[in-house]
Structure formats: structure tokens, C-alpha cells
Design a protein around this ligand. Structure first.
Ligand SMILES: Nc1ncnc2c1ncn2[C@@H]1O[C@H](COP(=O)(O)OP(=O)(O)OP(=O)(O)O)[C@@H](O)[C@H]1O
Ligand SMILES: [Mg+2]
Length: 227
């Protein structure tokens, strides 16, 4: 489904050049649930951003369904993102001037879906995440954990084939984490491809994982097949 072929991503900060990803090759199959693990700064977020076409490779190639997409123009990549991917960002990226349900339904805006249907779909997801009472709050009025669950709802509203989640449980308590994990399990059972990053091990989620990929200093240091 998604394949990175010898991908390097370098950043320059002043005189220092950082290889956030260093010659990484990895193939993720359709329907696979992959956990990215590794210490802070090891390249997990960078990997997700590249696999999800949010950032371009410095060198190497990115394939989606056997088609090379690394060099497609921005508008093609945005269309791929909109239609195929749902993102849960490490920093949530909620828009403060919008309410929770409006934030959740943002991915539907370019698709010309009516306000009524956008709100209905957003409310269904908010209920599933125990957030329906916060639907009309502005994003800046939500706690960290509430924003994180709203970010989960927003990632799922366009029914994406691939869900990419960057530390999706890092700000939430056990009960709400259980809710997010139940949603991930449902998505897995529907055959969705899921790529998720954590720097700690999360015992509740281990039963869902097909493969763990460990990063260290921008490289894949090892992999473990669990199922
Ligand atoms: N925009 C950027 N400019 C410069 N350096 C960057 C940029 N983004 C990431 N890096 C560097 O790339 C390396 C990998 O960062 P990345 O965010 O992928 O790590 P991570 O594994 O997700 O870490 P964490 O567990 O803390 O989220 C880090 O050393 C970071 O400082
Ligand atoms: Mg990260």
C-alpha cells in the first residue's frame, strides 16, 4: 500500500544538518496495523509526515499502491491526502476560532458536503468519543485530552483508507484511551491500514498490532512481527 524506498529527510538548522530519516526503506501492506516506536527525536513523526505526503523526501522514493508519488505536484498530493488519509497529529492542530464539531468536520469542506450532513457526521463521531457535550465549545476551550479525542474524530470523518496517528494516546486518561483503542480496533476490523507512533509501550494496544518498527537516530533499528 505504502512503500518508502531509501528515503532520507534532512533538515538544516543554522549550520547543523540533521538527518531526521536516514536511508529508510519500509513497506506497509493494506490492512496492516503498524506501530512505530523509538526514542524522542528518532524520526517517527518525520516518517508519518513523509508516508502521509505532508513533507517531501530529500532523497529516495515514496510509492502508494505501486505508483511513485514522491515527485507529484502539491495539488495531487493534497488530493491523495484528502481522499485516502486521516491524520491524528501529535500537536492536534485544532483551529481555535472554530467549535469542536466545526473542527472535526473540516476535512469535509472541500468535498461540498452540506452543513447539516457535516454536523451529523461530526456529532456521531463525537458521541463515540464521549465528546458530544463539547461540540459547541471553541477548540481553545477544550482540555488537552479533549482536543486529542476531537483530533481523532477529525481524522476519521472522511472515512479514510489509511489512518496515521502520531502519539494519539499521549494526553488522555485510561478510560478515554480505551475509547480510542476501541475505535482503532473497529477500524482494523474494517480492513483499514493503520500506522501509529508511540514512544512508550501501551499494553492495551499491543493486541491490535501486526508489526512493530523501531527507529533510532533516523534509521530503522529493528522490526518485530506480532501477528
Ligand atoms: N522542521 C524541522 N527542522 C529541523 N529539524 C527537524 C524538523 N523536524 C524534525 N526535526 C529533527 O528531526 C529529528 C526527528 O524528529 P521527529 O519529530 O521525527 O522525532 P520523533 O521520533 O517523532 O520524536 P518524539 O517522540 O519526540 O515525537 C529530531 O532530531 C528533530 O529535531
Ligand atoms: Mg514525534
Amino acid at each position: 500500500m505504502i512503500r518508502l524506498d531509501n528515503v532520507t529527510k534532512s533538515y538544516r538548522s543554522g549550520k547543523v544538518k540533521i538527518r531526521a530519516l536516514d536511508n529508510v526503506s519500509l513497506e506497509i501492506k493494506q490492512g496492516e496495523f503498524v506501530l512505530l516506536n523509538g526514542p524522542s527525536g528518532s524520526g517517527k513523526t518525520t516518517f508519518l509526515n513523509i508516508a502521509g505526503c505532508l513533507t517531501r523526501v530529500t532523497s529516495g522514493r515514496l510509492f502508494l499502491e505501486d505508483q511513485e508519488i514522491s515527485h507529484l505536484p502539491d495539488h495531487f498530493l493534497s488530493a491523495i491526502r484528502r481522499e485516502k488519509f486521516g491524520f491524528i497529529f501529535q500537536q492536534f492542530n485544532m483551529i481555535p476560532g472554530y467549535t469542536t464539531w466545526e473542527n472535526v468536520s473540516i476535512p469535509l469542506l472541500p468535498m461540498g458536503v452540506s452543513d447539516k450532513i457535516r454536523k451529523k457526521r461530526a456529532m456521531n463521531l463525537l458521541e463515540e468519543l464521549n465528546l458530544e457535550t463539547r461540540a459547541d465549545f471553541f477548540a481553545n476551550e477544550l482540555s488537552g485530552g479533549e482536543q486529542q479525542r476531537a483530533a481523532v474524530a477529525r481524522a476519521l470523518i472522511n472515512d479514510p483508507e489509511v489512518i496515521m496517528a502520531d502519539e494519539p494516546l499521549s494526553n488522555i486518561d485510561i478510560k478515554n484511551a480505551g475509547m480510542v483503542i476501541a475505535i482503532l480496533e473497529k477500524l482494523k476490523n474494517k480492513g483499514k491500514t493503520i500506522i501509529i507512533s508511540f514512544h512508550d509501550s501501551q499494553p492495551q494496544i499491543v493486541k491490535l498490532i501486526d508489526r512493530m518498527v523501531f527507529f533510532d537516530s533516523g534509521k530503522i533499528s529493528s522490526q518485530t512481527q506480532l501477528q
